[in-house]
Design a protein around this ligand. Structure first.
Ligand SMILES: [Zn+2]
Length: 379
C-alpha cells in the first residue's frame, strides 16, 4: 500500500515576483510595460486548490514544511550566495537574485528556505518509512540555481539541498536526480558534476534555457565522469520522444546506478500549452512517465521517490498534468475527467522523429559509463 506525502504552504504563493512583463523587469521609460511575471503564483495556487477540490488531498499524508537552516543551505550553496539572497529579500521594494530575471520579493529569503525545508521534511519522512513517496508543491523553484548563483527564477536548489540532507543525515548514500522540466537542470548538474554519488539525468528542450547548456557531451568530470546525463530533445518533442528517452536512457541509467533514493525535479512546462517552452507533452505523458519512475523506485529502492515542483506556467493545464502525475504517484484515481484530453489527443500520437531518436540514442550510449552497482538492487 502506497502512502504519498504532500507538502504545501500558503507562503509559497507569497513569493512576490513583482510587476514584470513576462520575463523582463518592468521599465516604462524603455517601453517595457508593467505586468505579471511569468513565474507568478497562479499555476501553483490553482494546482493546490484543485488537488483539494478533486478529493486528492484526503488521500495524501500532509506534511508541514519548515525553513531550511543556513547550515543546511551551506551544504550546497556558498555563504556569499545565501547572504546575497537575504540582502535582496530584506529590501522593502524587493530585489533581484543576480541574473536580472529572478526577482526576490520582500521576505522571499524565508519563503525560499521554507521551500527547501519542505523537501527536506519530505525526504526525511520517506527515509523513516513514514510514507512511501512524496510531492512538494513548492515555490520558488530550484533546479537552475548553482552553488553561488541564482538563475531562471530559482533562488536555492531545493532538490540539491534535499539530496545532501539525505546523504548526511538519513543514510541514503546514492541519489539519482531525474529532471523532466522542459529546461535543463543546470544547477543540480553543476553542484554534483564531480560527484559519483549523485547521478543527474535531465530531459529538456535543446538549447532553450539556460542557453547553450545541457548538451550530451556534458557528462560529468573527475570522479563524477559519466554521472551527469543529458537528453537535449528537439523543440516539438512529444509523448513518443519522451517515452523513448525514458526507456532508452532514464530507466537503464537508474538500473545501473541502483540509487537509495530517486529525487524528481518535476517541472510541468514541457506541456503542450506552456508559454516557456515548445514541447508537446500531455497530462497522459506525465502519467506514463511517472508510472515508469515509480516502478523503477519500487524495483530499486523500496519505492523511495520524492518530487519537487519546478516550472510549469500554464495555469489551466498544469493542474491536469500534476493530477495525472499525483494520481500515479499515490496509486489512486480521482475519477475526474480531463476536459482537455480530447483537445490534445492528436498531439499524443505524434510519432518519434529521426532527430529525436538520434539524440536519445546518443545519450543512451553514455549510460554504460555508469558503473554497475555492486550492491543488491533491492535493499
Ligand atoms: Zn522549466
Amino acid at each position: 500500500m502506497t502512502l504519498t506525502g504532500y507538502v504545501f504552504h500558503p507562503e509559497y504563493l507569497w513569493h512576490d515576483t513583482g510587476t514584470s512583463a513576462g520575463l523582463l523587469p518592468a521599465n516604462p521609460p524603455a517601453g517595457i510595460q508593467p505586468g505579471v511575471h511569468v513565474e507568478n503564483p497562479e499555476a501553483k495556487r490553482r494546482t493546490h486548490e484543485l488537488i483539494h477540490a478533486w478529493g486528492l488531498l484526503g488521500e495524501l499524508a500532509v506534511i508541514e514544511p519548515r525553513r531550511a537552516t543556513e547550515a543546511e543551505l551551506l551544504r550546497v550553496h556558498t555563504l556569499k550566495h545565501i547572504q546575497r539572497i537575504k540582502a535582496q529579500s530584506d529590501l522593502r521594494s524587493g530585489g533581484d537574485a543576480g541574473d536580472g530575471f529572478s526577482p526576490v520579493g520582500y521576505g522571499s529569503y524565508d519563503i525560499a528556505r521554507l521551500a527547501a525545508g519542505g523537501l527536506i521534511e519530505l525526504v526525511t519522512a520517506v527515509a523513516h518509512g513514514d510514507i512511501t513517496n512524496g510531492y512538494a508543491l513548492t515555490r520558488p523553484p530550484g533546479h537552475h540555481a548553482t552553488a553561488d548563483q541564482a538563475i531562471g527564477f530559482c533562488l536555492f536548489n531545493n532538490v540539491a539541498v534535499a539530496a545532501r540532507h539525505a546523504q548526511t543525515e538519513l543514510g541514503l548514500a546514492r541519489i539519482a536526480v531525474v529532471d523532466f522540466d522542459a529546461h535543463h537542470g543546470n544547477g543540480t548538474q553543476s553542484i554534483f558534476y564531480t560527484d559519483p554519488s549523485v547521478l543527474t539525468i535531465s530531459l529538456h528542450q535543446a538549447n532553450c534555457f539556460p542557453p547553450d547548456s545541457g548538451w550530451t557531451h556534458e557528462n560529468g568530470d573527475g570522479d563524477g565522469t559519466g554521472y551527469a546525463v543529458n537528453v537535449p530533445l528537439p523543440p516539438g518533442t512529444g509523448h513518443a520522444g519522451y517515452l523513448y528517452a525514458m526507456n532508452q536512457v532514464v530507466l537503464p541509467a537508474l538500473d545501473r546506478f541502483a540509487p537509495d533514493l530517486v529525487l524528481l525535479a518535476a517541472g510541468f512546462d514541457a506541456n503542450v500549452f506552456d508559454p516557456m517552452a515548445r514541447q508537446m507533452l500531455t497530462a497522459d505523458t506525465y502519467r506514463t512517465m511517472t508510472g515508469l519512475l515509480t516502478d523503477a523506485a519500487d524495483r530499486l529502492c523500496n519505492g523511495r521517490l520524492v518530487a519537487a515542483h519546478e516550472g510549469g506556467y500554464n495555469p489551466w493545464y498544469v493542474p491536469y498534468c500534476v493530477r495525472a502525475f499525483l494520481e500515479t504517484l499515490a496509486g489512486t484515481t480521482t475519477g475526474v475527467t480531463d476536459p482537455l484530453a480530447a483537445v490534445v489527443a492528436g498531439y499524443a500520437v505524434e510519432p518519434l522523429s529521426p532527430q529525436q531518436q538520434a539524440v536519445v540514442d546518443e545519450a543512451a550510449d553514455l549510460v554504460r559509463r555508469i558503473a554497475m552497482a555492486s550492491t543488491p538492487a533491492v535493499r
